[in-house]
Design a binder for this molecule. Structure first.
Ligand SMILES: Cc1cc2nc3c(=O)[nH]c(=O)nc-3n(C[C@H](O)[C@H](O)[C@H](O)COP(=O)(O)OP(=O)(O)OC[C@H]3O[C@@H](n4cnc5c(N)ncnc54)[C@H](O)[C@@H]3O)c2cc1C
Length: 559
């Protein structure tokens, strides 16, 4: 197994001299900044908007965390006692994130209204070879964060003065934290004869709806027939919110191609408590040895049971029975909302969603209509479903909750065609989910999804800060690429056709974080414990225990 630790660093960099740019002041940018500062550097953060928080600063009114807050918590800054909910709303998340930025004096590092419009890598060498980068065996030539020959030119536009010439800042390292759920919407292709231009109503993307405040949004949909296209979290939230506001007089229609697994907050809580080292033994791991392979084969029947839809339904119903005795809610079956694919495939592709509260109540009362359609087109008064002319859905507004082009967003920021290709061309691009083996002196945060992104971002921020401080070197490029391919192959094994790159599979959270800890020279298994308690610990160590352990200041901060 590749471990960055085995490549010990040659020297500690001069932290005062080295210039580090962090792009974006969402949660990942704030974490990157805090941990880089903690290691003695003086980073500068460029943020396109006039505030911090990224997606949480501009979202629909009903958005809540769908991760239990204990798993969405800064290690050194717990949620305030006043937040008693397990799933706080977006205002509470914003307050929490803002307090964190204040507490660690991150605001003073941020240049607001500063949009990075280009990243240009400059390599000066006595060697005439233009293809120097592509010939490297080691990342950046030496496997280290910094190189005496390489710099990034960060081209920054003041968004308040768009006519002003952009400024160029030269830095030694860039941490890119521009997020993947904003800015560049994914608009589906419609047949030319049934394109958006045929429609007399209004079409917007979910990000434009999310950008409206509560009053604007309510005014926009008032007395209108609205159709929401998609079945991701934002589609469900928006449809439920509109159904609540417009009621049965103007029902909202949710139009989707494929049903995805979604469940109650209780189910999410239940799933988190079952993410532990024991459940990780049931699945194969990239580059596993014979012992782990054998264990995974032995225990795989337990995982094979997961795909059985009814296990999930029974679990859901049991949970609901516990709350609303003796009523059982079998709406998922009643409205034919049981997905064709397995629950396991879905969670392994980071696509599980929490259903908005009273979702099926709204379907029952008729304020929300569920409409499956594989193909969509427009006509003057609405949507044509499944390409059948007869199946017309009259509507005034269409909201496309069809996601974002996150790869293109990252690729667009590079001026080099080669770096653009690195992002768009490779299938599973990032080593340790944050380093592209062929893009030197740069880390990418916030790209990789997981059920608890804050924890994932925080650990990666610590890892990047350790790397910057010269605590370890990266392995040769070829080894990193092989490692990345192994992770991809393993992810495909479980998510199959649902495979989504840049998803830290839910079943391998702890294993993945173990790799980062090992690189940093930290053993999250606490070997010093007595043998028995050690065995108990490694089998029953849940995400919660794992996080609590790593949050202990004596563990990572000491390295
Ligand atoms: C509605 C919603 C709900 C979610 N709920 C959860 C949840 O419950 N649990 C969970 O774990 N995750 C959740 N997520 C995932 C979410 O993406 C993360 O929680 C996290 O907030 C992402 O932070 P980020 O900093 O990576 O990206 P963002 O929040 O997108 O921040 C990126 C920042 O970069 C800035 N930026 C972008 N481009 C540039 C540029 N060129 N120059 C300068 N600045 C730039 C943006 O303005 C923005 O401020 C949710 C996401 C959404 C959209």
């Amino acid at each position: 197994m590749v471990s960055s630790k085995s490549y010990s660093s040659s020297r500690e960099p001069n932290k005062v001299e080295k210039k580090i740019a962090i792009i974006g002041a969402g949660i990942s940018g704030l974490l990157a900044c805090k941990h880089t500062m903690e290691k003695g550097f003086n980073p500068v953060v460029f943020e396109a908007r006039n505030g911090i928080g990224g997606v949480w600063s501009s979202t629909i009114d009903s958005t809540k965390l769908q991760t239990p807050k204990d798993h969405f918590q800064f290690s050194d800054f717990p949620w305030p006692k006043s937040v008693s909910q397990t799933f706080p709303d977006h205002n509470q998340v914003m307050e929490y994130v803002t307090s964190y930025a204040l507490r660690f004096d991150i605001f003073s590092r941020i240049k607001f209204n500063s949009k990075v419009i280009g990243l240009d890598y400059i390599y000066s060498s006595s060697d005439d070879d233009d293809n120097m980068c592509s010939n490297w065996d080691m990342w950046g030539g030496n496997g280290e964060a910094f190189s005496s020959n390489g710099k990034w030119n960060v081209v920054v536009q003041n968004v308040l003065q768009p006519m002003e010439a952009p400024k160029v800042y030269q830095v030694d390292f860039v941490t890119l934290c521009i997020g993947k759920f904003s800015d560049l919407p994914n608009i589906p292709d419609f047949p030319i004869s049934k394109g958006a231009n045929k429609f007399n109503g209004e079409i917007i993307h979910s990000m434009d709806y999310a950008a409206m405040d509560k009053i604007q949004a309510a005014k926009f949909i008032k007395n209108k027939r609205v159709s929401v296209v998609g079945f991701q979290k934002s589609a469900l939230d928006i449809a439920a919110e509109i159904a609540k506001n417009n009621g049965v007089t103007n029902p909202c229609t949710l139009v989707f191609r494929r049903v995805q697994w979604s469940g109650s907050e209780n189910l999410v809580r239940f799933t988190f408590t079952n993410l532990n080292r024991f459940s990780e033994l049931m699945v194969h791991k990239p580059g596993e040895g014979l012992f782990l392979w054998f264990l995974a084969v032995l225990l795989s029947p337990l995982v094979i049971a997961l795909p059985l839809k009814h296990i999930y339904l029974i679990a859901l119903d049991i949970l609901q029975m516990r709350r609303i005795v003796p009523q059982m809610d079998l709406s998922v079956e009643k409205y034919e909302m049981v997905p064709q694919h397995s629950f396991l495939k879905q969670i392994c592709s980071c696509m599980f969603m929490v259903l908005p509260q009273q979702f099926y109540d709204r379907v029952k009362e008729g304020s929300l209509v569920l409409q499956k359609s594989r193909v969509l087109g427009f006509y003057e008064n609405g949507l044509i479903l499944d390409n059948v002319v007869a199946a017309h859905l009259e509507t005034d507004i269409v909201i496309l909750a069809t996601g974002y082009k996150s790869d293109a967003k990252i690729a667009n920021i590079f001026t080099s065609i080669d770096f653009k290709k690195c992002i768009l061309g490779s299938s599973a691009p990032f080593y340790r989910e944050c380093i592209h083996p062929r893009i030197p002196q740069l880390a990418i945060m916030g790209y990789s999804e997981s059920p608890a992104t804050l924890f994932t971002f925080e650990l990666r921020s610590k890892w990047i800060a350790h790397f910057l401080a010269g605590k370890f070197r990266l392995p040769p490029i070829r080894e990193m690429e092989e490692n990345v391919e192994k992770w991809e192959k393993n992810a495909r094994r479980y998510s199959r056709e649902n495979y989504k790159r840049a998803c830290v599979g839910v079943m391998l959270q702890i294993h993945c974080n173990d790799q980062l800890c090992k690189d940093m020279g930290c053993n999250p298994r606490r070997k010093k414990w007595l043998f028995l308690s050690f065995i108990l610990l490694i089998t029953l160590q849940t995400m919660q225990i794992y996080e609590t352990f790593l949050h202990n200041p004596h563990v990572l901060a000491k390295i």
